[in-house]
Design a protein around this ligand. Structure first.
Ligand code: ZN
Ligand code: ZN
Length: 656
């Protein structure tokens, strides 16, 4: 006898040793079915009676005892005698089939329920549909659904969420439309599943209005699904609107809105909401804390992140939280804490490894990152897209051109990962650093997808360092075409023209900027002191201690000049504007933040600064010298990379 999807192997010691094929996410794997292995040694159930009451009694007992083989045998006997049990017992049996991955048995139950012209209740048919959906057999589920004479809201919702969970968005929406046209009324579960299937703003808005019309907007799950979807589509205002409409709170809804803000990089709002949530008396759970950590990571708020870490201690073994913590410490430049946490993690997945490798690479610990990559491979974890990005980044920073080429050329073959835009970007950065601009441009032209502004900006960076004006001009034009709102590139281009005295070109670029209404945002730096964020902006004197900060900065500058510091006023290949030059050079925001850090933080504490613009050449020299003179460690995170200054050197190797 053979069953579809089932292989029987005649093993001498275990006669009914079965291998069950399980279908998960479309990948066919063969797993052992431990249950059948064990129970096959038991005495099989043999019916000697045709007494329906006894048979039913046995069947019910086996179902609740989760003795699948004997339940199946009893069921087949019942079938012979035309006896059926109650709905709840069958639903127990189907639950058991599902949890054991016993698809064949599930199909037998299905057949039994429809045998001899018997018609099971809608409730039970819904359980069957759900079973097929969970086995990822959507066609079977749909077939059963189509045969249903009286489909109820649960049937519709089961089918819709099956499509929604399988990311078959259109199918889910079509089914909802059909449901409405047949006059069935969706409930909150229908809406929350179908909402999660939306990937277009128009559909979310349409559903939102249907939900309001049906008066279901106050349901916790619907509200949270609405917030999630608006956030996912980047419509944070709508998400907040839905959130603020809420009268009575619920943790699920709080988590949705905090998660949405963190996801959309609105870290300030996420942290504000977290504070409000605590004040409103709600306890944070793993989901809240992961989002809050992400928000802290976004703002490089180490102190705040450490407070969250204390909350997390009770979820010590939570993988997602641990990964978020490692990421937070890496992004705040606290490599020691990140390393410690990472090494203590009992369970590590590809995200843990990748986070640590990328963190090390971005912070300038290239060799360590590559060593960790070897450990990862040895542990048997398969690298993913991000891991390889970290590896290339490390190769680039360490100047390991050949290694970089090796991984880039072989990533597809070795790990089955197609090189994406980011990998090309890393390689262009690597070649650019090594001064191989020709190779870099060759690679850029080789890209399968059109290079974007980020990729051209990488090449532009290389041109800046190697002072290749001609190529810089070309790359800058490309950046402006692709990203006409990027003020830095206009300024850089105008500086290039000014240097070669092409004044008409300078005027052209300036006019273009004016016409497009593009202004360079002022430089702003943030530093966290005593759990408070202090912001410094060029030319803004609103900080309460600004006079003191300025005088500290002046003294520091004098001391540095004493050891050979010369303000760097060569702006040709920098994106600094007139007013940012010369006079204000002394008061660039990161210098103000540095002075404030030196005067307010205890000795020996790392000075951590976050900046909105790239650090200029002059500040870079200034920081290197300060780290030596004041014997301190300074970490700066700008939008592109990290700089760790210590003992007169920077981790970026003067290339940024
Ligand atoms: Zn500067
Ligand atoms: Zn640097």
């Amino acid at each position: 006898m053979s069953f579809p999807g089932l292989i029987r192997l005649g093993h001498p010691k275990v006669p009914h040793f079965r291998i069950q094929r399980a279908y998960s996410h479309g990948i066919r794997t063969i797993i052992l079915n431990p249950f059948t292995m064990v129970s096959s040694r038991r005495r099989p159930y043999a019916t000697t009676t045709a007494d329906p009451a006894l048979l039913l009694n046995d069947f019910t007992r086996f179902c609740y005892q989760r003795d699948l083989p004997r339940a199946m045998q009893a069921m087949l006997s019942m079938q012979r005698y035309g006896i059926w049990a109650d709905c709840i017992t069958y639903s127990e049996l189907l639950k058991c089939c599902l949890s054991r991955g016993a698809l064949h048995e599930g199909k037998l139950v299905h057949r039994h329920l429809f045998s001899n012209g018997h018609r099971p209740m809608t409730f039970l048919v819904n359980v069957l549909i759900n079973m097929y959906a969970k086995f990822n057999l959507l066609d079977d589920a749909q077939l059963l659904f189509d045969q249903l004479p009286d489909r109820n809201v649960v049937s519709w919702t089961t089918m819709i969420s099956a499509y929604s969970n399988s990311k078959l968005h259109r199918k889910a929406l079509e089914l909802l439309a059909l449901m409405l046209s047949e006059g069935a009324r969706p409930n909150m579960y229908t809406f929350s599943s179908v909402l999660r299937a939306c990937n277009e703003l128009a559909s979310v808005r349409m559903l939102h209005s249907v939900i309001v019309k049906d008066g279901l907007e106050s349901d916790v799950y619907v509200r949270s699904a609405l917030i999630d979807m608006y956030s996912k589509l980047g419509e944070q205002k709508d998400a907040l609107y839905v959130f603020n409409e809420m009268v009575t709170g619920d943790r699920i809804v709080w988590n949705s809105i905090i998660g949405g803000c963190a996801q959309n990089n609105d870290s300030d709002e996420a942290l504000n909401l977290f504070k409000r949530m605590k004040r409103a008396g709600f306890c944070a759970d793993q989901s809240t804390l992961t989002s809050v950590l992400r928000a802290c990571t976004g703002l490089a708020l180490l102190e705040m992140g450490m407070q969250v870490h204390v909350h997390i201690l009770k979820y010590d073994e939570d993988l997602i939280l641990s990964n978020a913590l490692v990421d937070m410490y890496c992004k705040c430049g606290c490599l020691e804490d990140a390393r410690r946490l990472f090494s203590r993690m009992k369970e590590k997945d590809v995200i843990s490894w990748s986070t640590m490798i990328v963190g090390l690479a971005q912070n300038g610990y290239s060799e360590e990152a590559l060593k960790l990559f070897d450990h990862m491979k040895a542990s048997g974890t398969r690298p993913n897209y991000i891991t390889i990005l970290g590896v290339l980044f490390a190769c680039s920073h360490a100047g390991l051109v050949e290694d970089g080429w090796y991984y880039f050329r072989w990533m597809k073959k070795l790990y089955g990962i197609d090189p994406g835009r980011e990998h090309y970007g890393c390689m262009i950065d690597l070649l650019g650093r090594a001064g191989r601009l020709d190779d870099a441009i060759k690679l850029l032209k080789e890209m399968e997808s059109e290079p974007d502004a980020v990729t051209w900006r990488t090449l532009l960076g290389a041109c800046r360092i190697h002072r290749n004006m001609e190529l810089a001009e070309y790359a800058a034009h490309k950046v402006i075409t692709l990203d006409p709102e990027d003020p830095g590139t206009y300024i850089l281009l105008s500086n290039i023209y000014a240097n070669s005295q092409k004044w008409d070109r300078v005027a052209e670029v300036r006019k273009c900027m004016r016409n497009r209404g593009i202004k360079k945002e002022p430089g702003c730096s943030w530093i966290e002191v005593n759990k408070e964020i202090h912001a410094f902006i060029v030319g803004d004197n609103s900080h309460p201690q600004i006079t003191e900060v300025n005088s500290w900065l002046n003294q520091l500058t004098h001391k540095l000049i004493g050891i050979g510091y010369v303000p760097d006023t060569n702006f040709v290949l920098q994106d600094l504007e007139g007013e940012q030059m010369e006079e204000t050079l002394r008061y660039h925001s990161e210098k103000l933040a540095l002075a404030f850090g030196l005067m307010s933080l205890p000795n020996g504490k790392v000075i951590r600064i976050r900046k909105n613009l790239r650090i200029c050449g002059d500040c870079h020299v200034f920081f290197k010298l300060t780290s030596k003179l004041e014997n301190c460690s300074i970490a700066i995170r700008d939008p592109i990379r990290y700089h760790h200054f210590q003992d007169g050197r920077c981790s970026c190797g003067d290339y940024w």
